[in-house]
Design a protein around this ligand. Sequence first.
Ligand SMILES: [Zn+2]
Length: 148
Amino acid sequence: MKPSDNKGIFNSPHAHIANSFNVYQQRPPPADHPNAITCGQCDGLTWRMTDRCIHCNFDIAADAQEQQRLERLEQLRFDQQRLKGKLLPLLILMLACAIGIALAAFLAPQSPFIYWAVIGIMLVLAAFIKPLAEKLESTRNQIRSLQS
Ligand SMILES: [Zn+2]
């Protein structure tokens, strides 16, 4: 077995394997190749699975990771807005109920039914608010961890 004579990145005593890997490292792919991608820095065609662009040495892997992070962040911010939009009317209703109870106490009605009715409504509202608030909190934490 003769030692590898190639000067590529991937080194192996099995020259025919090492050479075929290094051909992939050093030459741009044909445009119709399934693993051909366009470099974000030089717009040249390079390989999907290599860490760096074969033309300009741009760190493709790190760039792809950064793109993924930004996309995730955008999605999380969208979710956060949607959750806030759902939560707000429920919180306003909750506030209205609290005002209702205060008003009932002030007017002192004959039957205590009005208290129990409003408290019942508040419990139902709370059952809807709790999971939304928890989801909002976890979304906020995910955004915070992605931003740091
Ligand atoms: Zn490049």
